[in-house]
Design a protein around this ligand. Structure first.
Ligand code: GDP
Ligand code: MG
Length: 377
């Protein structure tokens, strides 16, 4: 059993923390070895992890009037934070909390980026999974904003800077200048337009913090399908890589774990509470769709090299099939999609004889005989 333990330990070291294939955890490390894999299959452990992911936070921060409320309203598809054409004059940082999203309004003359421990804004920013500084493209970068951005970087949280109101920025050179000054790439958007956010911001949010795909899919209805596809593709990739492992049966628990997480994530995206009450029908359909694949995947591993690659492809295919099925299940309101009912078509006669339209008087004589022959059949 020592080689088995060694491989499991090595694979655990190679798998980065928080990835789909992560099998480490409090329960896992305590038991060690094969026990840790079995513990990783613990439903509660996996559920807790997906639940933690669903509670991620994105903070939009910037000057009053930069377009933070507009950005949030466009993402949500409704007015959750009223936008105002005239920026308010405020003395202190103001925080609005909307669950996944929070907005921090920074007063123009606040003591540049000074955050005090214990303040609400300090708490919101230090616990954020991603901070997005919204820069007003029409107003440009002001000195106090630059100072704030530098201090936020020092917090050590992932930080993105978006250049809003790009429709009011005529000069492309000024965008390049801003990129140089801030030493990063700014993402230009028009907060009032969902397409602009869809193409110019959402993919970058998920790239900066991959765990955001699940909560963003849940909160941003217009992006739900894309989020689900991203989650499926990511799991498929990890599953394929794990599937190329040469020893038969060793990757099986990991495959189950990856697929279990995938289903939980998809459930969370479609607003299903992360619990274990998924229908037996879903589980049976999923098990039957992958059972054969599992068997063939383990068998092809016996062929060196080519077999390992094929095994990876089969594993990825199985995870994709499960993801697609689960996505449709949640999309259909927890119903397994059925193929459309076929209406039986009327049976045609095997042989159809088309009688020529004969108008030539000499041939008219033959008609009665032909008709009689047809009736006999
Ligand atoms: N032209 C243009 N105006 C915008 C854009 N985004 C927001 N605004 C306007 O900017 C003003 C301030 O927006 P608001 O969302 O209240 O900013 P906040 O104070 O940062 O929340 C409002 O009048 C918005 O209509 C944009 O992309 N283009
Ligand atoms: Mg606002």
């Amino acid at each position: 059993m020592q080689w088995l333990q060694g491989w499991l330990d090595r694979s655990r070291e190679q798998i980065p923390n928080g990835s789909d294939a992560d099998v480490s955890g409090p329960a896992g490390s305590a038991a060690g070895g094969l026990g840790s894999i079995l513990n990783a299959l613990d439903w509660d452990h996996v559920r807790e992890e997906v639940d933690r992911e669903s509670r991620s936070r994105v903070v939009f921060i910037g000057a009053s009037g930069a377009g933070k409320s507009t950005l949030l309203n466009t993402l949500k598809g409704s007015t959750v934070s009223p936008a105002s054409a005239t920026p308010e004059i405020q003395e202190e940082l103001r925080v609005e909390d909307f669950g996944l999203f929070a907005i921090v309004d920074v007063p123009a003359h606040s003591p540049n980026g000074q955050l005090h421990e214990g303040e609400t804004a300090w708490f919101v920013l230090t616990s954020a999974d991603l901070i997005v500084w919204v820069l007003d493209g029409a107003a440009g970068l002001r000195a106090w904003e630059h100072e704030w951005i530098c201090r936020l970087r020092a917090l050590g949280r992932p930080l993105l800077i978006v250049l809003n109101k790009i429709d009011q920025v005529a000069d492309q050179a000024s965008v390049a200048e801003l990129n140089r000054t801030l030493a990063c790439t700014l993402f230009p958007i028009e907060a009032r337009d969902f397409q602009s956010i869809n193409a110019g911001l959402l993919p970058h949010l998920v790239e900066a913090s991959p765990n955001l795909a699940t909560p963003l899919g849940r909160e941003v209805l217009g992006w739900r399908r894309t989020a689900a596809q991203r989650v499926i593709n990511r799991s498929m990739l990890v599953s394929g890589l794990v599937g190329t492992e040469p020893a038969p049966l060793l990757d099986l628990p990991l495959q189950v774990l990856i697929q279990l997480r995938l289903v939980l994530r998809l459930g969370a995206i479609y607003g299903e509470p992360v619990n274990d009450r998924y229908s037996g029908e879903l589980l049976v359909t999923m098990a039957s769709s992958v059972a054969l694949r599992y068997v063939s995947q383990q068998l092809v591993k016996l062929i060196p090299f080519v077999g390992w690659v094929v095994s990876g492809a089969l594993a990825a295919g199985g995870t994709w099939a499960i993801g697609e099925l689960a996505q449709k299940y949640f999309e259909n309101g927890r119903q397994i999609p059925r193929p459309a009912v076929r209406v039986p078509r009327p049976r045609r006669p095997a042989l159809r004889i088309r009688w020529p339209q004969v108008k030539w008087p000499a041939l008219r004589m033959r008609w009665p005989r032909v008709k009689w022959w047809r009736r006999e059949r």
